[in-house]
Design a protein around this ligand. Structure first.
Ligand SMILES: [Mg+2]
Length: 232
């Protein structure tokens, strides 16, 4: 066996993110309409992006910077000039519940993770977001039984590409970088971060051409099941 452990990113690595995000925003828009906000889809999108940008501007680099409840809270406050707790909660719930319904693993993920587990490979998830929603995604995707360790940026207080995201996972698995593979879709978060702590890195579902330096993955794959050949 070439590696004893593998760390995976979650979002857009184990399942496609864009359709979930699109469905979530659509559901939030419908919820806003139901609650009396006179907004067409384009205006709602602008409002969402304004809320998102305001949150990112203030707290980029923290787990909460991805939290949709904050985006909606910010957006509705800026739209109405006052606090809209109940509506922000409802839009956030509509977003996430629809997002969860839309999730489907990439082809080959389930079989690959089972094969790795069967071969005794340690499996960790390292992910930039708040813990509660990531726990819900894992439950919904049916991944609980194949994951040995989960590390969220909420619990480390730092986000990938920060080294601590990876070293915390390695420590919990009692593995060294040299015996561990890191698989992710983000060149900056997953590849640059993984390379920085000496992991062997695999870019999956990444669309950036011509990478070099610390951003260059050790492997680049188009089919998730190729991971099996890299590890076993
Ligand atoms: Mg990702």
């Amino acid at each position: 066996m070439d590696f004893d452990a593998v760390l995976f990113d979650l979002d857009d690595t184990l399942y496609p993110y864009p359709p979930c995000n699109a469905a979530g925003k659509e559901a939030a828009w419908r919820e806003a309409r139901n609650r009396g906000y006179d907004l067409d889809r384009d205006v709602f999108e602008e409002l969402y992006q304004r809320g998102r940008n305001a949150v990112k501007r203030e707290i980029a680099g923290t787990a909460a910077a991805h939290e949709r409840f904050l985006y909606f809270k910010q957006a509705l406050q800026s739209r109405t000039g006052t606090n809209q707790s109940t509506d922000a909660l409802a839009l956030g719930e509509a977003y996430w519940s629809t997002y969860l319904d839309e999730m489907q693993l990439f082809e080959g993920v389930s079989e690959t993770l089972s094969a790795l587990q069967g071969a005794g490979v340690d499996i960790g998830l390292v992910t930039n977001l708040t813990t509660r929603i990531q726990l819900q995604k894992i439950e919904r995707l049916g991944l609980e039984s194949v994951i040995d360790v989960l590390v969220t940026s909420e619990e480390t207080g730092r986000e990938k590409p920060s080294a601590s995201m990876f070293t915390v996972a390695l420590a919990r698995l009692d593995r060294r970088p040299s015996e561990t593979l890191m698989v992710g879709n983000s060149v900056v978060s997953d590849i640059e971060g993984g390379n920085g702590v000496g992991l062997t890195t695999v870019l999956f579902n990444g669309d950036e051409p011509d990478l070099s330096g610390q951003q260059q993955p050790d492997h680049r794959i188009d089919d998730f099941s190729e991971i099996r050949e890299l590890i076993l």
